[in-house]
Design a binder for this molecule. Sequence first.
Ligand code: ADP
Ligand code: MG
Length: 615
Amino acid sequence: MGKININIKSGSIERKKVAVGIDLGTTNSLVAYVEDGGNNSQIIPIRGRYTVPSIIHFNDDNLPIVGEWAKEHLSDTPERTVYSIKRLLGKSYSDLEGDSKKIGYRIIDEGEDQLVKVEIAGKFYNPIELSSLILKELKQQAEEYLNADIEQAVITVPAYFNDSQRQATRDAGKLAGLNILRIINEPTAASLAYGLGQEDGKTILVYDLGGGTFDVSLLIIEDGVFEVLSTAGDTNLGGDDLDNNIIEHWRQNCLKNENLSLKQIQNLRIKAEEAKKYLSQNKEEYSLSWEGVEIKLSFEKFKELSNEWIQKTLKLVDRAIKDASITINEIDEIILVGGSTRHPEIKKNLVEKFPGIHVNSEVNPDEVVALGAAIEADVITSKRTDVLLLDVTPLSLGIETAGGLMDFLIPRNSKVPTRLAREYTTSVDGQINMKIAVYQGERELIAQNRKLGEFILSDIPAMPAGLPKIQIQFALNTDGLLNVTAQELRSGVKQSIEIQPSYGLTDQEVENMLRAGLENAQSDVEERLLLEAKNEAEQLIYAAQRFLDKNSKFLNSEEIIATNQRIADLKSLIIVTDRHKIHQGIEALNEYTRPFAERVMDVAVKKALKGSNIN
Ligand code: ADP
Ligand code: MG
């Protein structure tokens, strides 16, 4: 293993450098690489095992131990043993809702909007530091195994991770001493591992059910290019939930509804997972003597406990298909990813749901994501051109425009990287500042979407309303990070921000935002039309008043009074909620004042013909 490179200039021996792919999972983490010049990626064993539990235990000296050895302490010292840290990445305490109650270690509330911290024996750690401990273990152990330096890595994240969570993942990598080449979506990585050597024009559905997250993606392969058609999922749905269902079943049926201590629950969780894995392979009853009580689970009961859980995933599969605007017949293949897809009922349900479509689990579902990430790392570092990767953004991005409306610049499921610019202008004469507020979400009103950040474009030269040309550009990079730039094109003044919100959305919120967008589509459009009518009315009132101020000399007093009356009428209509009435008011004011505008124009034209200037 390992080559020796000799630096001819210095005569020193250099270690080989390897770029790796890392699946930083909620439950298990893996690292893989592509051997020099090779085409196949392979998992790098860590302390003799392929998968490393994403668990960190702090011993009595507060030294961290990661992986299999840490897992053993889940039941004896849960307060010193951190698991599922990925669920806390990039989140604030208020994002967690009830989640923290299920966790054996202590999560610290330092205020609503602060990132969560974990307290272990009086010391505080944030989820980025804790995740970096897992990455450090992978890096060090893989370096030892390969006898090489690992400096560069591609890390995968669930498709639903928002900007904050992606940034936190990147930071964890940096903290572990890695240069992060790219953050890619797990289903995309998996399809990459499968995609090599596959025929062109294939539409693939990636079904990824892990320990804590579920992702479904539709991809198409064209000329060796992977294109993501749509993604859906739920980062609060995974094998853990089934374990919890089993624990609850035992508690109610075998343990007489006893209140269990945290330690007991942790211990039962290990047994529940054992039962689950057993029943995934054997259709016989699982039974065990636990603290003197017999606990058991039949295959039938196991199926029953899994049913709702599986159905939830199938609903999300339907959504992804709908979003991709394809029919079921167009799917050529289904790929199973994640340890939980070893549950036989999953494959069975998918085969039933998609008759005639091959449900593929040839590549080990635990390893496929890391294997794909390694291929991507290899592609980037060796400048291979035979594969290319496109991801999509899960939620729409836009800015606030007049009346609290959302103007969508990048619609959801857009391929990244992407860049889009649109021109805006001022609504008030002499306006020198413009607020650019950036939102994420599917609703027409910004109030119902999520604010990502805002900034002020200042020093716009004073000009009449409508004259400044303000270009707003959204650039979303391959990590899903958003750069927003505003520039007044006449003067060149420019301002920009990189959006890295200090904390993220709960996974449930992302779900809810998508669902709300679909459910409220009709009423949102009504509301939007009303707001647009109001905006139009306000602008017309403003313009009419300005016209009167400047040009009253061309109008007689009767005309001025009548115009003011129509302005007042329209003002009173803005308060009502009937957009048709507002449009009537707009029409009335427009109709009445049009001849005056023509009169002023005529005078101006005549003057111009005489060679004098207007005003
Ligand atoms: P993650 O991507 O969340 O890190 P993995 O893909 O490693 O997760 O999957 C871990 C999950 O897979 C756990 O919930 C584990 O219990 C489950 N799992 C592993 N093997 C089996 C099996 N044979 N049958 C059912 N579930 C399994
Ligand atoms: Mg996974």
